[in-house]
Design a protein around this ligand. Structure first.
Ligand SMILES: Cc1cc2nc3c(=O)[nH]c(=O)nc-3n(C[C@H](O)[C@H](O)[C@H](O)COP(=O)(O)O)c2cc1C
Length: 153
């Protein structure tokens, strides 16, 4: 089995909806060779990354940056994963009240350092809440899971 890891900091009702949308999309995708593990960043250990074959990150933008919880995940995982996980397929979703650019820039910088491999553009769910964000999250997670299942990434 291959493993898809979702690391999502979801402190609000809306970010929980986004995470649930991903969970449902993956479970409905009829995957044959992929299991999905979902963790909050503070509960995610470097070993979880070492054990996965693709990763989806989710965070709100707070104060122009990713959440402190997701940053803590990177602080703890960077060096333990640096050598072994180069090329890890990654996608990300950002929930931003107004902006999102600081978080996208930070994620891009960190993941350039880690040499993980973007397989989709970062999805930024920006502005007042829209129910279409749920579909955006479903699409992102389904595409990632199916691509992993079919050996495309
Ligand atoms: C302390 C704090 C700082 C925030 N900073 C930003 C920010 O820099 N840029 C932005 O676009 N949104 C910012 N927001 C809005 C959050 O991104 C938004 O509240 C979060 O994504 C949750 O949205 P939701 O209530 O629709 O789930 C901030 C929110 C809080 C509480």
């Amino acid at each position: 089995m291959k493993r898809l890891l979702i690391v999502f900091h979801a402190p609000s009702e809306n970010t929980q909806k986004m995470l649930n949308a991903m969970k449902q999309a993956v479970s409905r995708a009829g995957l044959k060779q992929v299991e999905c593990v979902i963790k909050a960043p503070l509960q995610t250990q470097p070993q979880d990354v070492l054990d996965c074959d693709a990763i989806i990150l989710g965070t709100p933008e707070n104060l122009g940056y990713m959440s402190g919880a997701l940053k803590d995940f990177f602080d703890r995982s960077y060096y333990p994963c640096l050598e072994e996980k180069q090329g890890l397929p990654v996608a990300a979703v950002v929930r931003a009240g107004q902006d999102g650019t600081g978080t996208c820039r930070a994620l891009t910088t960190i993941l350039t350092g880690l040499k993980w491999r973007w397989v989709q553009e970062i999805v930024v769910c920006k502005g007042p809440w829209q129910e279409s964000f749920v579909q955006d999250c479903q699409d992102l997670a389904e595409a990632m899971a199916v691509a992993l299942d079919e050996g495309m990434i």
